[in-house]
Design a protein around this ligand. Structure first.
Ligand SMILES: Cc1cc2nc3c(=O)[nH]c(=O)nc-3n(C[C@H](O)[C@H](O)[C@H](O)COP(=O)(O)OP(=O)(O)OC[C@H]3O[C@@H](n4cnc5c(N)ncnc54)[C@H](O)[C@@H]3O)c2cc1C
Length: 409
C-alpha cells in the first residue's frame, strides 16, 4: 500500500535518525512484532519491560509507515461521540472505551517521560466547535453524558468562544487535559529502550509467509529468513486490512499542511487542539517549534494516484480554512502531504486473534485517535500475553479473522 506522499515534517525534527539493520539470519524469540510504527513500538516496549525476548521487523524504515504522517493530536474523544457509541454499544461499553482512552493518554505521557525531549509531549485542551447551529443540541447532549461520567469538559456558548478566539461559532465543547506530541520522537525513543532491554529491531524486512505449529509460529521474510516465536503481534497499521480484510475497516484519503514557524499565538487561546462537529472535519494544532498543523479535507478514495493529485489543492483549501478562522495569524505553508487514513464503521478500534493460533494477535488501531487506540490495544494484548488475560479484551475483540491459509499476504 502506498501509504502517503508529499513532504513530511516530523523527520526534519529529529536530530539523529536511528539506523537498524535488515534481518540476515534466522531467529527465535519469545515475541515477534510485525510493524515498527507506534502500535509495534508500544507493544515491543511493554513486552521487553516484562523481560520477554522481543524481535521487531518492518518492511520499511522504523517509523516509516502512517506514524510518520500522524498529526498527533492526543485526544480521547473520537470521530463517533459518546452519545453515538452509546447508541451502538450501550452506555457501559461506550463509557468504558472512553475511560480506557483517557487512561491511554496518561500511559503515553508516562512513556514519554523516559524519552529524549519527552517526545515533545505537552498537555493541551481541545476546543470542539459546532460547525453549524444545527449541531448545538447534539453537542449539549454530548456534554451531559460526558459530565455524567466524570469527564472534564465544559460547554461554551458563542460569547465565551468569541471572547477567547478570533472566530465566531455558535457553541463548543472544551475538553481539559488532552495532549500533543511528536510521534516520530516517540517511536524512536520507545525503540531505543526496547534495544537497551535486549530487543532486536530490523528494517527492510518484510514478512511474506507464516506457518503455525503446536506452540510456536514460524514467520518467513521476503529475503528468505525465518523468525520463530511463541507470541506474535501483527501491528502492520493500515496494511493489516489487506492481510486480514475486515468489513468494519474503511480507507479514505486525508490531507495535512504544516506551516513555517509563526511568531505570535496570542489569539489562539491556550494553543488548544481545535476540531469540529462536521464530518469529515477540519482540525488544527501548534507544534513545539511554533508551526501550525492543519488537517482534513478527507476524500473518499483509496487510490493513491487520485489522492496525490489533490495534495496542492488540499494544502490551499486547508490554509484558506485556517486563515478564515485566524485572519490575524500570518502563516505560510511549508510541508504538505496526502495520506491514506483507516477508520472503522462502528467507531471502535479492533483486536484480532488468530483462531488457529491464539497467541497471534492483530492490532487495528483504526480511527482518528490511532495513537491513543494503539496504546490501549497494545496494553490489552501485552497483558493477555504476560498475565494470561485482560478484562478489556472483549471490548475490542469483535472480529475474529478466519483461520489462515499458509500465505500471510
Ligand atoms: C494524516 C494522518 C493524520 C493522523 N492524525 C492523527 C492524530 O492526530 N492523532 C492520532 O492519535 N492518530 C492520528 N493518525 C493515526 C495514526 O497515525 C495511526 O493510528 C498510527 O500511526 C498507526 O500506527 P501503526 O503502528 O498501527 O501503523 P504504522 O505507523 O503504519 O506502522 C505499521 C508498520 O508496519 C509495517 N508493515 C506492514 N506490513 C508489513 C509486513 N508484511 N512485514 C513487515 N512490516 C510490515 C509498515 O511498513 C509500517 O511501518 C493520523 C493518521 C494519518 C494518516
Amino acid at each position: 500500500m502506498d501509504l502517503q506522499s508529499g513532504t513530511l515534517y516530523w523527520p526534519t525534527t529529529v536530530s539523529k535518525t536511528p539506523e537498524y539493520p535488515e534481518l540476515a539470519e534466522d531467529l527465535t524469540c519469545d515475541a515477534l512484532i510485525i510493524g515498527g510504527g507506534s502500535s509495534g513500538a508500544q507493544s515491543a516496549y511493554r513486552l521487553a519491560k516484562q523481560g520477554l525476548k522481543v524481535v521487531v521487523v518492518d518492511k520499511r524504515t522504523i517509523g516509516g509507515g502512517s506514524s510518520s504522517t500522524n498529526t498527533a493530536l492526543i485526544q480521547y474523544a473520537g470521530d463517533k461521540s459518546l452519545t453515538e457509541l452509546t447508541a451502538s454499544f450501550g452506555e457501559e461499553t461506550a463509557v468504558r472505551h472512553l475511560k480506557l482512552c483517557e487512561q491511554a493518554i496518561t500511559d503515553i505521557e508516562e512513556a514519554c517521560a523516559n524519552i529524549e525531549d519527552q517526545a515533545d509531549f505537552i498537555r493541551r485542551d481541545s476546543l470542539y466547535y459546532a460547525s453549524t447551529e444545527q449541531d448545538i443540541p447534539a453537542l449539549k447532549q454530548e456534554h451531559a453524558i460526558l459530565t455524567k461520567h466524570g469527564f472534564k469538559v465544559d460547554y461554551w456558548d458563542e460569547k465565551q468562544i468569541t471572547g477567547l478566539y478570533p472566530f465566531r461559532k455558535a457553541g463548543a465543547l472544551y475538553y481539559s487535559n488532552d495532549a500533543e506530541m511528536n510521534p516520530l520522537k516517540y517511536i524512536y525513543g520507545l525503540f531505543e529502550q526496547v534495544e537497551s532491554l535486549g530487543g532486536k529491531i530490523y528494517c527492510n524486512t518484510e514478512i511474506t509467509d507464516k506457518t503455525f505449529e503446536q506452540d510456536q509460529a514460524v514467520f518467513k521474510t521476503k529475503n528468505g529468513h525465518t523468525i520463530t516465536a511463541k507470541y506474535v503481534i501483527m501491528a502492520a497499521g493500515y496494511e493489516q486490512a489487506e492481510i486480514t480484510p475486515n468489513k468494519n475497516a474503511t480507507i479514505t484519503s486525508s490531507y495535512v499542511v504544516i506551516t513555517k514557524p509563526v511568531s505570535d499565538f496570542t489569539s489562539w487561546y491556550k494553543r488548544a487542539l481545535i476540531w469540529e462537529t462536521a464530518r469529515p472535519y477540519l482540525y488544527m494544532r501548534t507544534t513545539q517549534d511554533n508551526r501550525i498543523i492543519v488537517g482534513g479535507m478527507d476524500q473518499d478514495t483509496d487510490q493513491s494516484l487520485s489522492r496525490d493529485a489533490k495534495i496542492e489543492q488540499g494544502r490551499n483549501m486547508l490554509m484558506n480554512a485556517f486563515h478564515a478562522m485566524f485572519p490575524d495569524i500570518d502563516a505560510e505553508p511549508e510541508y504538505a502531504l496526502g495520506a491514506f487514513f483507516a477508520g472503522t464503521i462502528d467507531g471502535l478500534p479492533m483486536i484480532g486473534r488468530n483462531e488457529e493460533y491464539p497467541n497471534c494477535f492483530y492490532i487495528m488501531a483504526y480511527g482518528d485517535n490511532g495513537t491513543v487506540y494503539n496504546m490501549n490495544l497494545s496494553k490489552i494484548v501485552t497483558d493477555v500475553i504476560t498475565k494470561g488475560e485482560s478484562p478489556d479484551l472483549d471490548l475490542y475483540l469483535r472480529t475474529k479473522p478466519k483461520p489462515l491459509a499458509k500465505q500471510a499476504r
